[in-house]
Write a protein that binds this ligand. Structure first.
Ligand SMILES: Cc1ncc(COP(=O)(O)O)c(C=O)c1O
Length: 402
């Protein structure tokens, strides 16, 4: 058997070959500045609009509601800063959840220093936030409710439609609703209208597109302040010469995901997710067979992303397992990628009520449309072998708060 088994797709994905070709072509010949008045600029500008249309289609939005950014982090920063600054201190209250990505939680820490009041709503043991609890925190001065679609570490799919419906019921003075949809975009259905969402963040590199490009959906009629000022690109909402290769690559990735939706059978969008769901089940059963003490973080089934599996291996260190798996050609992660370099327990796992030791013993396996049945078999085999090797160093597991 050869080749690596890449199971770190929630950190980033391998670009589609068509995306690589599009990016290369854009660098080689599509180098005109979209703002230029000559033919080279105009051609590129048209291609950007076609990419925008593809992103919009996957969101159920109109193209003029989609603004390109440098990725999910910028989109989240912009949604939060842009809303807070629009209200100019008159509506300083923002509600979010304990399991958001650092690009939301750290932005809110920065906003607190500017005077924002932030309510962080707890989640249950599977990572779900309660729409009723969110409702209970909404006040007259609440500017924004920010909740993620798919939790990046544990795969929990949050009740976005229900939260959107509760907010919509509050009428014209309702808070805005922002959804960080980075980990669900393209793979799971999104309809921004059905969600009653005002702002939605997405990123290209999680869907086999290039890194450093993403978008923010801003519902027509919703005003936010720009985050980046300058030459007035993106309708004055996001200045800076466009990342043309990135945007065109993003558009190409979206085109491929869109084509699944018009196909039937195993290659269709539903067929793909059903296949991943079976692989997820196989992986969960395989882990439990070789290590019955393993603790699954997040929901076992139901409202969970079919491509994320996160386990604690009490008594082991996640980092040690990661490297033992790497030595066997299997690539995974501990907690979220951004915090992987620090041996700090993941705040998301702690928010589920797990102990620090359990959080530090955790490994995330994340699949993509390229993941095969054989790769899952290889990952289970490698895990069995790795744990057998590490067994002499296993620490007595502290009693976790189950
Ligand atoms: C849920 C979520 N939001 C935002 C981001 C940030 O996206 P980007 O890497 O494009 O900045 C990530 C990336 O891991 C994520 O998982």
């Amino acid at each position: 058997m050869s080749g690596i088994v890449y199971l770190d797709n929630s950190s980033t994905t391998r670009p589609f070959p068509e995306v690589v070709a599009t990016v290369a072509e854009a660098l080689q010949s599509g180098y005109g500045n979209p703002s230029s008045l000559h033919r080279l600029g105009e051609e590129v500008s048209k291609r950007i609009e076609s990419a925008r249309k593809n992103v919009a289609s996957l969101l159920g939005a109109a193209p003029e509601e989609v603004f390109f950014t440098s990725g999910g982090t910028e989109s989240n920063n912009w949604a939060l800063f842009g809303t807070y600054r629009f209200f100019g201190g008159k509506r300083p209250h923002i509600i979010t959840t304990a399991v958001e990505h650092p690009s939301v939680l750290e932005t809110l820490s920065a906003l607190k220093r500017e005077g924002a009041h932030v309510t962080v709503v707890k989640v249950d043991r599977s990572g779900f936030v309660s729409p009723e609890e969110i409702k209970g925190h909404i006040r007259d001065d609440t500017a924004l409710v920010s909740v993620m679609y798919v939790q990046n570490e544990i795969g929990t799919v949050e009740p976005i439609k229900e939260i959107g419906a509760i907010i919509a019921e509050l009428g014209p003075r309702r808070p805005r609703f922002h959804v960080d949809a980075v980990q669900g975009f393209a793979r799971l259905p999104i309809d921004v209208k059905e969600w009653n969402a005002d702002l939605v963040s997405v990123s290209a590199h999680k869907i086999h597109g290039p890194k450093g490009v993403g978008a923010l959906y801003v519902r027509k009629g919703v005003e936010i302040r720009p985050l980046i000022y300058g030459g007035g690109q993106e309708g004055g909402m996001r200045s800076g010469t466009e990342n043309v290769p990135g945007i065109l690559g993003f558009g190409k990735a979206c085109e491929i995901w869109l084509s699944d939706r018009t196909t039937t059978g195993p290659e269709s969008a539903n067929g793909l997710m059903e296949r991943l769901l079976k692989l997820r089940r196989k992986l969960i059963d395989g882990v439990r067979r070789i290590f019955p003490d393993a603790i699954l973080h997040g929901p076992e089934d139901g409202n969970v992303a079919p491509y994320i599996v996160h386990f604690a291996f009490p008594g082991f260190r996640g980092e040690t397992i990661l490297h033992a798996l790497e030595a066997r050609g299997v690539f995974v992660s501990t907690g979220s990628a951004c915090s992987s370099h620090h041996p700090k327990p993941s705040p998301v796992i702690l928010a589920l009520g797990r102990s620090e030791a359990e959080a530090l013993s955790s490994i995330r396996f994340s699949m993509s449309r390229f993941t095969t049945d054989e790769e899952i078999d290889r990952a289970i085999e490698a895990l069995e072998d790795a744990l057998r090797e590490l067994l002499p160093w296993r620490q007595p597991a502290e009693r976790g708060r189950r």
